[in-house]
Design a protein around this ligand. Structure first.
Ligand code: IMP
Ligand code: MG
Length: 170
């Protein structure tokens, strides 16, 4: 299988830096501490690079869910692990790798809302433009075409996660 570059390393890092600034600006009048929730496994690289560029105290939580099998979303969400700290009254930022149909996020947000956070926002590295996701992300790194992408955390059957750029398969 051939891997083509969609977003190179430098472009990724530059955008994540500016996204970190946008996020800092948004919160800084509201709070000095946010609670960032990394959606594993795909968002791991984006999460670590993003939080380093947020100029606030950032608490971490990790959620592990899966819905994909190969290149297709199964529509069934499996929760493998969940947040372990209370988020009531906190400013919560969910960090996702890619917004496709939005089913995964919709599920996660629905549950997190029940804990009554003060604020609940989403940062996603990628968003597929052609899709009309059922949930919205306030902070989007890049809008991309409807291609199956891998790298920088994103996988195809657990492969290609450790590639430092966003590529696509043909
Ligand atoms: P959604 O529930 O359809 O929005 O799918 C979101 C999840 O599916 C993401 O968190 C990814 O793990 C996975 N996913 C969606 N599109 C892609 C892709 O192009 N490459 C790799 N994983 C993807
Ligand atoms: Mg995946």
């Amino acid at each position: 299988m051939n891997l083509n570059v969609l977003i190179g390393e430098q472009k990724l890092q530059e955008r994540i830096k500016s996204l970190g600034k946008e996020i800092t600006e948004y919160y800084k009048e509201k709070t000095d501490t946010i609670h960032a929730v990394c959606v594993l496994k795909g968002a791991i690289h984006f999460f670590t690079d993003l939080v380093e560029n947020i100029d606030l105290n950032v608490e971490y939580s990790f959620i592990h869910v899966s819905s994909y099998s190969g290149m297709e979303s199964t529509g069934r969400i499996r929760v493998k692990s969940w947040i372990d700290e209370p988020i009531e009254g906190r400013h919560v930022l969910v960090v996702e790798d890619i917004l496709d149909t939005g089913q995964t996020l919709s599920y996660i947000l629905g549950y997190l809302k029940r804990y009554n956070p003060a604020d609940l926002k989403v940062a996603t590295l990628l968003k597929k433009t052609s899709k009309n996701p059922i949930v919205n992300a306030e902070f989007v790194g890049f809008e991309i075409e409807d291609k199956f992408v891998v790298g920088y955390g994103l996988d195809f059957d657990e492969k290609y996660r450790n590639i430092p750029y966003i590529g696509y398969l043909e």
